[in-house]
Design a protein around this ligand. Structure first.
Ligand code: ADP
Ligand code: ZN
Ligand code: ZN
Length: 719
């Protein structure tokens, strides 16, 4: 409800006398600026949602400020607000501060970030429709019985879990929960949430996970536990796999305070939660917390900022924290070296289970063209004979990454990208994984007519086929055939396919699971006792300085899928193993992996980064430009570079020449980027803010002609 306007300065309701600054979705780099000004007959609270005319359309906007119009101001011709969604309480200052910060920090317009943070369907509904939807959402009904037992409270916490929770309750954080795979981090998050909700009957908690679809198990677990106690509707999800009406319903529940827990992916960091008191970021190292389109934000970093601002406690959790978070955390209680995060360590596994023994296979000693070493096959065979499960991990999907002609050297290049098209045997296609361009496999070499074109290299599809051949003669203990399954983006494209396949693994209907990183993350498999990485070497020689960090965490996470149930291992008389087939067994990364020694690995990496002046010891941003011709993109960036010489913060910022991206051309668009770097985050921020207008200006000059788009990526995750 809004009050009628007071009649001041001769204003009356027929003459709008309030001036509103409204955030609307303007094109990413529009010249319109951040906020548009409108007139209103009634005052409106900041955070109110309004509909305003923009060009010929009427668009959704968020009121950012409202002031009475002054005498000279009333001379201005202002468009009038078309409507207000007064069924909704205004977005609170916590939310608005977050959006404003994100826009400033990631160099985007306020309106773009604000509107992207709202559920899309909000744009299409009237206030009456919204009012009905709000009413339709039943208030969560607390369980029939006050003492309704939380089934999980029956589980006794491990000593490490109790200690972590005790420190969590005693300090303000932010916290870095550094817990081994299988140490029971999820239980710690859920207990922290439960304690909060029990203590404060309004408080809300935000639990973020990298990819909700990958772990349908978790969603069920959270719902089961909290709906029993806090009522159906107490838990809502927010992620991109939901329909627009579902997203709106979740958003409304969070905004109105009815939902006590929001479980979501990176987008959930922007959920409106007026009573937010706790934020959990599970697997905080995961690259999917970084949004890679539009406003390129890091949901993890925003979570820390938001928690600080709103007085909500923040827990970041991982077995392999990002080097940034690790660097920001204090090694031990009472130790004030290191950063401001409180590190909570849980090195042990639940039930005192051991972490898997890491076995390296020296591929230099294998017969040429070996895919799976005899020793590994033998180990998998033993698991099959005991009724245990194995996982074979290869981070490349498709049948073969390239199809090639041995006669003339033709390769399955994509005509639109600087990349090869991948051979998918299942439907006999060549598919580009960058632009999607797909063709049937030619019968013969398109260049010379040789009918003998052959796959080169190996993806998960071929690996699965290979394993099926090798294990065809083998029998399971009950005499039946060995069951091999594959989980990757191709095998799980259909709705529900992933959940079904995971369920098969959980229920023991699979003996050997082949897959990409999708199988490495988060899953709580109980009968997997062996995990193998068959070809992890590629990432050792990437030019991206974060590649070793990524590889180490992926391998640690993969290893973490083996032997999670100590009782099962004991009953089987089995041990958990992680196999690594490599040509570079002496590489320090594998040495650290063998010891499960994340701190040693992190120290070595941080020492290198410190010496080289790289993050977290420096702050980076990329400016990217796309054009039909590579030189057009590079010329634009180099002109922007030169234009920046005059900026006041230029002396504190290193600027590097424009270079092509590692995949230079995608869908016939040439891509170039330049890196800027500074030892001071503030200097870099000010530099970027000053630089933006120059970039906008250059775009309109001859050097900007032919540039399709440009963008700034602050704290880029891939260089
Ligand atoms: P993490 O996320 O650290 O890898 P999880 O939270 O998935 O580990 O926990 C591993 C397994 O141990 C899960 O099956 C979980 O239900 C179980 N678990 C967690 N805490 C306890 C406990 N205190 N007692 C018994 N089982 C537990
Ligand atoms: Zn040929
Ligand atoms: Zn392509």
């Amino acid at each position: 409800g809004v009050s009628p306007p007071p009649s001041l300065h001769g204003c009356n309701t027929l003459q709008p006398c309030w001036r509103l600054e409204v955030a609307v979705q303007t094109p990413a780099h529009s010249a319109l600026g951040d906020l548009l000004t409108y007139a209103s007959t009634v005052p409106m609270a900041p955070g109110a949602l309004v509909r305003v005319p923009l060009g010929r359309r009427e668009v959704l906007g968020v009121v950012w400020a409202c002031a009475e119009r002054s005498a000279d101001d009333s001379a201005l011709e202002l468009k009038t607000v078309a409507g207000v969604l007064d069924a909704l309480p205004p977005l609170d200052s916590g939310w608005r501060d977050l959006v404003a910060f994100a826009a400033r920090y990631y160099q985007r317009s306020l309106g773009e970030v604000a509107l992207a943070a709202l559920p899309p369907q909000l744009r299409d509904l009237t206030s009456q429709q919204l009012a009905r939807r709000l009413k339709r959402r039943a208030t969560p009904v607390p369980a029939p019985d006050e003492a309704a037992t939380d089934p999980a409270q029956a589980v006794a916490l491990s000593g490490e879990q109790s200690a972590a929770l005790a420190r969590f309750e005693a300090e303000t954080g932010p916290f870095l929960l550094f817990g081994s795979t299988g140490s029971g981090k999820t239980e710690v998050y859920l207990r922290a949430v439960a304690a909060l909700l029990a203590r404060d009957d309004k408080a809300q908690a935000l639990v973020m996970v990298p990819e909700i679809n990958l772990t349908p198990q978790l969603e069920a677990r959270v719902r089961d536990r909290f709906e029993a106690r806090f009522g159906v509707g107490a838990v809502v999800s927010l992620h991109s796999g939901m329909t627009h009406p579902q997203r709106l319903a979740s958003w409304l529940a969070a905004h109105s305070g009815q939902a006590r827990i929001v479980l979501g992916t990176r987008m959930a960091v922007f959920a409106s939660m007026p009573l937010l008191k706790l934020i959990v970021v599970d697997e905080e190292h995961d690259p999917s917390y970084k949004q890679q389109e539009g406003a390129r934000y890091s949901a993890r970093d925003l979570a820390v900022w938001r928690g600080q601002r709103e007085g909500a406690k923040v827990i970041l959790g991982s077995a392999t924290p990002s080097l940034e978070s690790w660097h920001h955390s204090r090694p031990a209680e009472g130790d004030d070296t290191g950063g401001r995060y409180v590190r909570l360590a849980m090195p042990g596994r639940i039930g005192d289970g051991a972490l898997p023994t890491v076995r390296g296979v020296d591929m230099n000693l294998q017969p040429p063209k070996t895919v799976l070493s005899a020793a590994l096959l033998d180990a998998i065979g033993q698991r099959i004979a005991r009724g245990e499960q194995s996982m074979v991990f290869l981070n490349r999907r498709g049948y073969a990454p390239v199809l090639a002609c041995g006669d003339c050297g033709w390769k399955s290049e994509c005509p639109h990208c600087s990349a090869y098209r991948v051979f998918h045997k299942i439907d006999r296609t060549l598919r580009c994984h960058h632009c999607g361009y797909t063709e049937r496999v030619p019968r013969a070499c398109p260049a010379c007519g040789n009918p003998d074109i052959a796959p080169v290299g190996r993806g998960t599809e071929r690996l699965e086929e290979h394993l099926a051949e090798l294990f065809a003669p083998v029998r399971r203990p009950d005499g039946s055939a060995v069951r091999i399954a594959r989980i990757d983006a191709d095998s799980t494209r259909k709705q529900g396919a992933l959940a079904r396949k995971l369920a098969e693994v959980h229920s023991g209907e699979v003996d050997v699971l082949v897959g990409t990183q999708m199988i490495a993350k988060g899953h709580d498999f109980r009968r997997v006792t062996l995990v193998a990485a068959v070809n992890p070497d590629g990432a050792l020689f990437s030019c991206d300085f974060r590649a070793p960090e990524r590889l180490f965490s992926l391998l640690m996470q993969s290893a973490g899928r083996a032997g999670r149930d100590a009782n099962y291992l004991a009953a089987q008389g089995s041990t958990a193993e992680m196999w690594i087939q490599t040509h570079h067994g002496r590489h320090p990364l594998f040495q650290a992996l063998r010891q499960h020694d994340y701190p040693a690995f992190a120290k070595q990496q941080l020492d290198e980064r410190r010496a080289a002046g790289m993050p977290p010891f420096a702050f980076q941003a990329l400016v990217r430009a796309d054009a039909r011709l590579q030189e057009v993109a590079q010329d634009f960036l180099n002109a922007a570079n030169a234009a920046a010489d005059v900026l006041p913060h230029a002396p504190h910022v290193a600027r590097y020449p424009a270079v092509p991206l590692s995949i230079q051309r995608v869908a016939d668009v040439e891509r170039a980027q330049m890196l800027v770097e500074s030892g001071s985050r503030v200097a870099l921020q000010r530099f970027l803010a000053d630089w933006q207008p120059l970039l906008h200006g250059l775009r309109r000059e001859p050097v900007g002609k032919g540039v399709i788009r440009w963008l700034i990526d602050v704290d880029p995750q891939a260089i």
